[in-house]
Write a protein that binds this ligand. Sequence first.
Ligand SMILES: [Zn+2]
Length: 227
Amino acid sequence: MIICSSATSFGASTVVFEIVLNTMLCLYSNMRFSKREKTAILKTWIAISIAFAIFMTDNFSSILSWQFLVNIILAGVTAGLGVILHEVAHKYFANKYGAYAEYESNDQMLLLTIIISFFRVIFAAPGAVKIIGHLDRKERGLVALAGPLCNFLLGLIFLALFFVLSPTLRPVASYGLIINSWIALFNMIPALSFDGAKIWEYNKLTYFGTTALIIILFLSQVPLKLF
Ligand SMILES: [Zn+2]
């Protein structure tokens, strides 16, 4: 039993390492995006950035101010980037396993995300990567795992940036860390069509290991006193 357990543990950590490495490399690979897909990505990036900028705004009367524009840029490089790279990571791994994958935005949900952000609530279901082709249980699990791990990786980068950026730019790192670890955690819900459900179905140890790492990253905001 012990040998079996440690072998499973080694296999899972190798998979996690490969996912992290490949998610980093996917930023530089020659992925193909259709014109429709590029438009969907741009729409999602803009809508998510606006929604999070509204969410960050203390006073709604400042929505026509320069400060709001700064908030949009801040949300764009933290939340917007996190959501887009999450979807691109799914696409990259689906392509890797021989399936065709294309991101499709859900425009009604994007609009709803903006509207409810005025009530200080963020519920983002921006769209999904449509996959055409056969993937087995393991491949489906790894394609799902790529999304939350991409946000985990981004969160780690923002955590490192927190220690090197000047105090003026530190909010970028703080928001980046909190939002990306939150996106990762939210997607680990092991139910419905969340990534977590497919990872749970693939390998329980990978599910718990990844979730634990994400929780540790999310909680790092407490000792750092980010807010
Ligand atoms: Zn996902």
